[in-house]
Ligand binder design. Structure first.
Ligand SMILES: [Zn+2]
Length: 420
């Protein structure tokens, strides 16, 4: 159907022509008369026609403009004039309802920028944004049994560069986005939510950030706070990487040395969970070497580095353990923390304090919900989409709009509020 909100038999097409790849459709509607708003007289008297240009982008290969002869009635009873109902646009604007609906649907896809919508539907970017702001005000979603909290980079132009995303663990829906992750922001947000709803949260996964740990238990009384395992592993990885860099500095005087080559250019091997046995030609050593052999050479460089590597691997295998008994997970973590301290490696001694501080939350991460550990995994999948949304827009300066865009375009069931 070419037009929404109007029956074909009510429409008189006066002319149709193309000019500069734009299709013009000149129309008026059948005169069904009107009831005067002032005196209530029904009449069909016309004072004049006002020509309205309406953007009606329903074709993909060309623009379309409706030239609408908008009828103005003149009441014979009281002499007042009134415009007939405009069936093409519900608003006092020049974009047809069908176009608005198309634009909003187009923006539902996260990788469609406002600019593309403007080009595609032949309206100004500012108008696309105004439509989005008007019809895509997203309400927060209800808290769930298991929620994930994580920061997401927003803008470098802002004092607070990160925003806080609250996600449903079960389906990855964005429940809300907060402007920053200050204690005060999180507290006032949670306080605004009804206690019954808050009490339904049983698990809250967080990255290792102090503010959550302090605030969440005050408002989520039934929630077990869980340190996201990926974040913990990356903390341990950072300790190993710091040792690597420290040892590497010793070789900086001789950039052609084997030690410098291994530590500077083959650092990816450190973080692999499994090393390959397959020998590949190595340009530096001019021979075939496997990752295993390279790792052996790396370990031979420095005693502390070797131990740091083994400690990192030990944490990976701890993290992969399937614990039936949470007390066992606690004992193993405590013994791991002792190993870190005993290593005497400064980076791992510092790590031991971090792990001690987060002990309860780390151990809780071995709890299972419907057979799975609760992690911030659902956000990992969202992160690349969020980055893309920022990139295609060249960043956002308006936080509210960014929040609406994320919730509108990334949540499968979100709807705009424009009614066709
Ligand atoms: Zn009247």
């Amino acid at each position: 159907m070419l037009f929404a909100n109007i029956n074909e038999e009510d429409l008189c097409v006066l002319d149709e022509f193309e000019k500069k790849n734009t299709l013009y459709i000149e129309v008026k509607t059948k005169n069904r008369g009107c009831i005067c708003k002032s005196c209530g007289t029904y009449h069909t008297d016309i004072k004049e026609y006002v020509l309205k240009k309406i953007t009606h982008s329903i074709f993909h290969n060309k623009s379309c403009t409706i030239l609408y002869h908008h009828r103005r009635f003149l009441c014979p009873g009281c002499g007042k004039t009134s415009m007939e109902d405009n069936p093409f646009c519900s608003e006092r604007n020049h974009i047809s309802d069908r176009t608005i609906d198309n634009i909003l649907k187009f923006l539902k896809r996260y990788n469609n920028p406002f600019r593309a919508a403007a080009e595609y539907y032949d309206v100004a970017v500012s108008e696309v944004i105004a439509l989005f702001d008007k019809y895509c005000q997203m309400k927060r979603l209800l808290l769930r049994k298991a929620i994930c909290l994580d920061e997401v980079y927003f803008s470098r132009k802002r004092k607070k560069k990160y925003v806080l995303i609250i996600l449903s663990f079960a389906n990855g829906d964005i429940l809300d986005v907060l402007k920053d992750r200050d204690k005060r922001t999180i507290a006032s947000y949670l306080r605004s939510i009804d206690l019954n709803e808050r009490n339904k949260v049983e698990y809250a996964v967080i990255d290792m950030n102090d503010s959550y740990r302090e605030v969440l238990p005050r408002y989520l009384h039934n929630a077990t706070i869980i340190a996201d395992p990926f974040h913990v592993v990356s903390r341990v990885g950072k300790a190993l990487d710091d040792v690597r860099k420290r040892v590497m500095r010793r070789y900086e005087g001789n950039k052609k040395s084997d030690g410098y080559y291994l530590l500077k250019y083959r650092d990816e091997i450190f973080f692999k969970e499994e090393l390959s046995n397959e020998a590949v030609y190595n340009g530096h050593f001019k021979t075939h070497l496997s990752e295993f052999q390279l790792m052996r050479m790396i370990k031979a460089l420095d005693k502390e580095l070797e131990e740091a590597y083994d400690l990192y691997q030990a944490y990976l295998s701890y993290n992969h353990t399937d614990y039936e008994d949470i007390n066992k997970a606690l004992n193993d973590l405590e013994s791991y923390i002792r190993d870190c301290k005993l290593s005497g490696i400064e980076e791992f001694i510092a790590l031991a304090s971090t792990l001690t501080f987060w002990k309860t939350e780390i151990v809780s991460s071995f709890c299972k919900v419907n057979g799975d550990r609760v992690t911030n995994g659902p956000l990992e999948g969202r992160n690349s989409m969020i980055k893309k949304i920022l990139k295609i827009a060249n960043g956002y300066s308006n936080f509210g709009r960014f929040r609406n865009r994320l919730m509108y375009s990334l949540n499968k069931n979100s709807r705009h509020s424009f009614e066709l």
